[in-house]
Design a binder for this molecule. Structure first.
Ligand code: YOG
Length: 137
């Protein structure tokens, strides 16, 4: 059983977020705002059902899904695209494939040394983020 992703996690490092956003076609204005955001992940899991909330003072984004079951995702407030998403466990990694207009799009979450790791993929760009558990929330 992989280490639990559940909890409240605060961003401590981010690499190539800019490259990922450029690949998504985000405007320079929004990229500048997004780069400064103190992002938080709130992850809840009940069996195969997961909810991942990405929270910030600027915008929030929530995705809710069942592992192994494809669903339609609308990335509202992000790049505002419709994709078909499928999330599966690959060993201890929770991996999402987002099929749509953008090629090789998706993300992966895993736990390493008590930290929540995230890679965001789009068209060959990889954004790498690390979150630390917030025990007060
Ligand atoms: O997370 O797919 O944890 O959904 C990536 C933002 C910024 C708006 C956040 C708002 C991509 C302007 C979600 C940021 C940039 C920039 C806070 C990443 C798009 C627009 C919501 C993601 C997965 C995995 C779960």
């Amino acid at each position: 059983m992989p280490a639990s992703l559940c909890g409240t996690w605060d961003l401590i490092s981010s690499a190539n977020f800019e490259g990922y956003m450029i690949a998504l076609g985000i405007s320079p204005y929004l990229r500048k705002i997004a780069l400064k955001l103190k992002l938080r992940k709130v992850i809840e899991q009940q069996g195969d059902q997961l909810i991942i909330k990405t929270a910030s003072p600027f915008r929030n984004y929530t995705v809710s899904f069942r592992v192994g079951q494809e669903f339609g995702e609308f990335t509202q407030g992000l790049d505002n695209r419709h994709v078909k998403s499928l999330v599966e466990w690959e060993g201890s990694k929770l991996v999402c494939e987002q099929t749509g207009e953008k090629k090789n799009r998706g993300w992966a979450h895993w736990i390493e040394e008590d930290k929540l790791h995230l890679e965001l993929y789009c068209e060959g760009e990889v954004c790498k983020q690390v979150y630390k558990k917030n025990v007060n929330e």
